[in-house]
Design a protein around this ligand. Structure first.
Ligand code: SF4
Ligand code: SF4
Ligand code: SF4
Length: 275
């Protein structure tokens, strides 16, 4: 039996409720497993669909702010250039955010998937606490401000070298060789913070990603989410199970559902929070 079941039985005060409670706990564990399975399947499908676009955006996109000038991009092989429904993709992204908060991060974003994998196989899985944990998440808004500055004030600068199609690594090397300093600073900063994920769990997603900053700003207004009820006693079991080192409904929660089976108080749910 899971910890959740033991705790609930003790609270109920006797074995008379054991048979009544056990099936419910088994159902909850099964639901947590099913959600995890759907989550991993969704991540795999989205990696196939937009993985190339995601990683071209970091290493081959000639613009300082990637993903938003795709219709003027010379890299004709990039998925962002090929999508005929470019603004439809972004409209869908915003609609998803309005309904499900940061679910794009937890279920669809290839960058988030890589962050999770880095954390999974990394020897160190540091999750800073205290003041650092409270302040570092604001870094996302710093990243967003820098992106807005580069786009609106600097006019979305672009690397001015011929962009070859095919030969991914050769083309990446060519871009690095000829890129302007601003592009190099942006790319090394992104690559460096992503790599930090091998030591600090999901460092890029928690502390730096501008898109994560936009989603974080709208997250609290979304009607559907992974939530916790008033029965939460702050034990932090869910935070320990969480790759983003957070609790449901709190800063950086991506609604991934990984914590669904972790709560001894049985107070984590998914969907529309009961009022
Ligand atoms: S924070 Fe950024 S990179 Fe991470 S999952 Fe969200 S959108 Fe993707
Ligand atoms: S939601 Fe559950 S696991 Fe998380 S802190 Fe509250 S009681 Fe603990
Ligand atoms: S708190 Fe739960 S739902 Fe939110 S990101 Fe962490 S594991 Fe996922």
């Amino acid at each position: 039996m899971s910890d959740a079941g033991v705790s609930t039985v003790h609270a109920a005060g006797g074995t008379a409720n054991l048979t009544e409670l056990k099936p419910r706990t088994v159902r909850q564990d099964a639901r947590a497993r099913a959600v995890r399975l759907w989550n991993r399947a969704a991540q795999a499908v989205m990696l196939l669909l937009i993985g190339q676009w995601s990683f071209y955006g970091i290493f081959r996109c000639p613009f300082v702010v990637p993903y938003i000038s795709c219709q003027n991009c010379p890299v004709v092989a990039c998925h962002g250039r090929l999508f005929t429904m470019f603004w439809g993709v972004w409209a869908g992204w915003l609609a998803l955010a309005a309904l499900f908060g940061r679910a794009f991060c937890g279920w669809a974003c290839p960058g988030g998937t890589v962050n999770r994998l880095l954390g999974l196989f990394a020897p160190l899985r540091l999750k800073p606490g205290g003041l650092a944990a409270r302040l570092l998440p604001f870094g996302k808004y710093g990243g967003l401000a820098l992106a807005l500055w580069a786009y609106f004030v600097l006019g979305q600068p672009r690397v001015n070298v011929p962009i070859r199609t095919g030969e991914f690594f050769g083309a990446v090397a060519l871009t690095f060789e000829h890129a302007m300093p601003l592009w190099l600073v942006r790319t090394w900063a992104v690559a460096g913070i992503l790599a930090l994920g091998v030591a600090v769990s999901a460092a890029w997603c928690r502390f730096a990603c501008p898109a994560g900053g936009v989603l974080e700003a709208v997250r609290r207004f979304a009607p559907f989410s992974v939530y916790k009820t008033d029965a939460c006693n702050g034990c932090d079991r869910c935070r320990k199970a969480c790759y983003m080192a957070t609790r449901p409904e709190e800063t950086n929660c991506t609604n991934c559902g990984d914590c669904l089976g972790s709560c001894p108080q049985d107070c984590i749910g998914m969907g529309r929070k009961p009022r």
